[in-house]
Design a protein around this ligand. Structure first.
Ligand SMILES: NC(=O)c1ccc[n+]([C@@H]2O[C@H](COP(=O)([O-])OP(=O)(O)OC[C@H]3O[C@@H](n4cnc5c(N)ncnc54)[C@H](OP(=O)(O)O)[C@@H]3O)[C@@H](O)[C@H]2O)c1
Length: 316
């Protein structure tokens, strides 16, 4: 088969031929891939710096894909699959014409949802859906979403709105991109005056901050919470390890919550994907996408690394 293959840690994958995968048990299925969404975690794993350790090389990255079962149980079913590509020795991912996984890791895709949209909404949609629930976000509450111009941030904005948010505020560093984000009642700019001062004219402090960026922005975002508020960290796109003063955390009785999709149990992922796929099929959860052919996989990879403001989807 043709696949995007990582030969060296930190390098982009190249399109090349790779041995066809074959199911080795009767619970495994062979999938003909129709679309693979790239995620920040794919690049993190391929860099060798993921907490699970460096992948064995060479390998095919891509933790999520959509395609049709062509061997094994439920032949012909179109499914979204999650694959621990590069996280366990010998596990190859969806950036290929074919992928093998357990039938239990396959979730049927609604007929009305095309494969590109079905792939795009997977990791980011489920991560936003599950973490908002784990943070106890509910109708009538207000939320500030950092990294709002990325696909994960856009999923948070829309899902918070659908959950009945009273106020949804988007934060980012790029005014042109911020002007286009969905479902926001207002926007605040990172790097201008303090976020809490900008919020004053947008309804004041919020109940929840959602943070996929951390770095130098976390301190300023923490000051945007009402007493008793929750701070949900889901990433560190602006850098990890930044000093952080905790006095306001204590004084305002705040709760700091961490979330990683890789730590969620598979049944919860299945249930969440079904929810977000249904919303996407109904047009209630929309993420901008850019598609690339498998021959252009290196370009797709570089686009993903450059914060493209959309989901990058590779079509084999
Ligand atoms: N916890 C989980 O389970 C989970 C799941 C999915 C993703 N994530 C993480 O969440 C983050 C966002 O995901 P994504 O898919 O939306 O990624 P993405 O496409 O790379 O988007 C990155 C977002 O972060 C912003 N950003 C990047 N560097 C920044 C900086 N130095 N200062 C301020 N903002 C910065 C970007 O703003 P611009 O538009 O201005 O570039 C954009 O909004 C990634 O780090 C990813 O690893 C975590």
């Amino acid at each position: 088969m043709k696949a995007g293959v990582i030969e060296r840690l930190g390098a982009s994958p190249g399109a090349t031929s790779y041995p066809d995968p074959t199911p080795s048990t009767d619970t495994e299925v062979l999938i003909k891939v129709e679309a693979t969404a790239l995620n920040a975690v794919d690049l993190h794993i391929a860099s060798g710096h993921h907490r699970a350790g460096a992948p064995s090389l060479p390998y095919v990255p891509g933790v999520e894909a959509v395609g049709q079962i062509i061997a094994g149980p439920d032949l012909g079913l179109r499914v979204r699959v999650v694959v621990a590509a590069g996280l366990a020795p010998g596990v190859n991912g969806g950036l290929a014409e074919l992928v093998v996984t357990n039938r239990a890791a396959c979730i049927p895709v609604p007929a009305e949802l095309d494969s590109v949209a079905a792939a795009a909404v997977g990791v980011v949609g489920s991560s936003a859906d599950i973490s908002l629930r784990s943070a106890g976000f509910h109708d009538g509450e207000s939320v500030l979403v950092l990294g709002a111009t990325g696909p994960l941030g856009m999923a948070f904005l829309q899902l918070a709105r659908l959950a009945g948010a009273d106020r949804v505020i988007a934060a980012g560093r790029n005014p042109e991109r911020l002007a286009c984000v969905p479902a926001a009642d207002g926007v605040v700019m990172l790097g201008k005056e303090p976020l809490s001062e900008q919020l004053a004219s947008l309804g004041g402090p919020v109940d929840l901050v959602v943070d996929p960026v951390w770095g130098p922005w976390a301190q300023s975002a923490l000051a945007c919470l009402s007493p008793g508020g929750r701070y949900l960290n889901v990433g560190a796109a602006a850098g990890d390890g930044t000093p952080f003063r905790v006095e306001w955390l204590r004084a305002a009785q705040l709760t700091l919550i961490g979330f990683s999709a890789t730590a969620v149990n598979p049944a919860e992922i299945v249930a969440s994907y079904q929810r977000v796929a249904a919303l996407a099929a109904a047009g209630s959860l929309v993420l901008p996408t850019a598609t690339y052919s498998l021959d252009d996989v290196a370009l797709a990879w570089e686009a993903q690394a450059s914060s493209p403001g959309r989901k990058i989807v590779v079509i084999p």
